[in-house]
Design a protein around this ligand. Sequence first.
Ligand code: NAD
Length: 302
Amino acid sequence: MTSIGFIGLGVMGAPMAANLVTAGFDVIGYNRSSGKVRQLVERGGRAAATVAEAVRGVDIVVTMLPDSPDVEAVVLGDGGVLANAAPGTLLIDASTIRPEVSRTIADAARARGLRALDAPVSGGEAGAIEGTLSVMVGGDAADFAAAQPVLNAVGSTVVHVGPAGAGQTVKAANQLIVAGNIELLAEALVFLSAHGVDLESAVEVLGGGLAGSTVIQRKAPGMLNRRFAPGFRVDLHHKDLGIVLDAARAAGVAVPLASHVADLVTSLRAQGGGPLDHSALLLQVERLSGRTNELDEEGEGA
Ligand code: NAD
């Protein structure tokens, strides 16, 4: 049985690890807060008390951590993945991080005789639970082939997009498209509400036309019900738009709408929205239009 050390059992990591157990892998989980590890054990996984314990002797390591410094610490740090996993181990980092950090990790892994892929995902918590994520993979083709059984257990669209770091570049583009879509959906809802249009009917018909999107399908119901529990935290989208803007600047590419949405996300976060789902951009648009008096503020973060 192929063994997998899984590090980072949060909103995304927990259901991904559970799906790997269901697919027949021997999954050994580690998370900074131990309650998450207990939940994995209840789903049939095994518990590790440290990163070292999770990765020693396993065939594959999967990391699903918030940000670049977290992945650097867990993979490159003392007591980390590279210091404890055996040569030949395949590291699959599913976190969304800076492309250059993924390249550094791939180089460091190779120097120690390990193999590394960046494999960020899209599809949200629902996609992670359903095992229908889109997985964009950067790294060597042979390593991608070796990772297929694992990636196919968590995703339904699994594509090798290029060398190390390329998966993260595609994910940055994904985050740009998603943020822009949510902002436009939020603006449309406030606009429709101001005109007294029934929002559920409007969303139904918009979803069937050219404006239809996965963002409408997955995010509009929560926005209409004013449920902003994450999901995907505003803090994480703020991080991702920083990656987009830095990478665009490095390539000499102008991304005016990305800059605009990034500012709106920064503002939402500065007003305490960081822990909410990114669909809380709706609250930001309402504030901009002076329509906060219509808010059911108790809905925030519920
Ligand atoms: P999360 O904060 O819910 O989960 C991260 C987990 O990592 C937490 O359980 C935390 O305790 C753990 N952790 C943090 N540092 C650690 C460390 N040093 N050692 C061990 N565990 C540690 O975040 P998430 O929503 O699951 O997102 C994880 C990654 O996936 C992020 O990069 C995010 O951008 C990306 N992502 C998230 C979504 C989404 O919808 N939530 C979708 C696609 C991609």
